[in-house]
Ligand binder design. Structure first.
Ligand code: IPD
Ligand code: CA
Ligand code: CA
Length: 265
């Protein structure tokens, strides 16, 4: 067994998320760089990542780190921290207080712990594999919605992959017809945990990165929800496509998204 203690792992995840969150809450970005089309990074993303990595490396010097501002792709390693220091950078740049810190720990082929912290609302979402999910220490559950027509759906648009707009909007048109509404909030990590606690009933987005979704997927699964990629498989950390929903509507929601987007993974 490679995992030392999930207690230590989740404690350091929360401590690091709080420290980065303090900086996000008290800062305004001064310097915005464009990484590629519609993809921005500020000095706060970089500082937050340093704060988080320093805390993790001090406690677990032998562990591996996959963090957004270092780049890199997911590869299946033991003792791997998957970090998005600031999910929702575009919101942050525009003064929209809807962003989060996302920290997951992956080992032996599974995401074992996940923390998503919203510094603006002081909401700490967390989960440990097989031990349930919490919001500020209180257990959370997905919504009980039974019909798609009752569902509020969160999504993200392929703004970095504009060539995907046609197939995405064909799918979104159908979702809009069949559900009670759609929201585009600008943080995939928060979309997933909002689905975990029943604020949203369903979420889908494609062309993401592992750090956008690793922590949120565990939190959603541990709150009784279900998640898979556009093909119905568990390869979301590799291919960046994700469908998540409460257990009652997951099957019908998956069928809709899969029928439009299976081939675009
Ligand atoms: C982005 C947010 C956004 C999603 C993007 C992500 P970032 O992350 O999660 O909601 O639509 O695709 O890249 O760049 O703000 O960390
Ligand atoms: Ca992100
Ligand atoms: Ca980010």
């Amino acid at each position: 067994m490679v995992i030392k203690s999930t207690g230590d792992i989740i404690a350091i995840s929360k401590k690091a998320a709080n420290a980065a969150g303090d900086l996000i809450r008290s800062s305004k970005p001064l310097e915005v760089r464009t990484k590629c089309i519609s993809d921005y990074v500020t000095e706060i993303d970089v500082e937050c990542q340093k704060i988080i990595k320093d805390m993790i490396i001090e406690k677990f010097p032998e562990h591996n780190v996959l963090a957004e501002e270092d780049g890199g792709e997911f590869c299946d390693k033991n003792d791997l921290w998957i970090i998005d220091p600031l999910d929702g950078t575009t919101n942050f740049i525009h003064g929209l207080s809807h962003s989060a810190v996302s920290i997951a720990f992956y080992t032996e082929g599974r995401i074992v712990t996940g923390v998503v912290y919203d510094p603006f609302r002081d909401e700490m979402f967390s989960a440990v594999l097989s031990h349930g999910a919490e919001l500020n220490g209180v257990p959370i559950k997905v919504s009980e919605a039974k019909e798609l027509s009752q569902c509020l759906v969160a999504t993200g648009m392929p703004f970095k992959r504009k060539e995907k707009a046609g197939e995405y909007f064909d799918c979104l048109r159908e979702i809009l017809k069949k559900t009670s509404g759609v929201r585009r909030m600008g943080s995939a990590a928060l979309d997933l945990v909002y689905t975990a606690c029943g604020r949203f009933d369903c979420f889908f987005e494609g062309w993401l990165s592992p750090w956008d979704i690793a922590a949120g997927v565990l939190i959603l699964n541990e709150s009784g929800g279900r998640a898979c990629d556009f093909r119905g498989e568990n390869n979301f950390l590799r291919n960046g496509s994700i469908i998540g929903a409460g257990k009652n509507v997951f099957g019908s929601f998956f069928k809709e998204i899969n029928s439009y987007l299976e081939g675009s993974v």
